[in-house]
Design a protein around this ligand. Structure first.
Ligand code: AMP
Length: 116
């Protein structure tokens, strides 16, 4: 899949549409999910153009990967105490709807097994 510059997260990165920003540095942007599935539901995205987790891991350099996950950890520590769920949906069958790589940080409620 080719990266689509008109996806909603690309527009957020270009500040063409607003977001509720939690954290930003040179590599990542974190903001609240518009349709939260938990009291805390934050999305973390790399600033580079990657469609999915696989695309990110296959094409990003090791430093970019390290910076991204360091950012995720920093955001998680900021928005939660210790307990949170970290999710990425890789591909539409898995539930991916926005084709700019992102992870979800969910916290603030008791979460059971991922699948019933
Ligand atoms: P996924 O289904 O894993 O691709 O996750 C995409 C997420 O983006 C969903 O949880 C949506 O609620 C969220 N989302 C879509 N548009 C926006 C937006 N404009 N601002 C914040 N979150 C959004």
């Amino acid at each position: 899949m080719e990266y689509d510059d008109n996806n909603v997260f690309a527009k957020i990165l270009r500040e063409e549409i607003p977001c509720n920003k939690i954290y930003e540095n040179d590599s990542v942007l974190a903001f609240n999910d518009i349709a939260p599935a938990a009291p805390t539901h934050v999305l973390v995205i790399p600033k580079g153009k990657y469609t999915s987790f696989f695309d990110f891991m296959n094409r990003a350099g090791i430093q970019e990967v390290q910076q991204f996950f360091a950012g995720v950890s920093k955001v998680a520590a900021h928005v939660t105490a210790t307990d949170f769920r970290l999710i990425t949906n890789n591909g539409e069958v898995a539930g991916q709807t926005v084709h700019h790589f992102h992870v979800h940080i969910l916290a603030g409620k008791l979460m059971g097994p991922l699948l019933p």
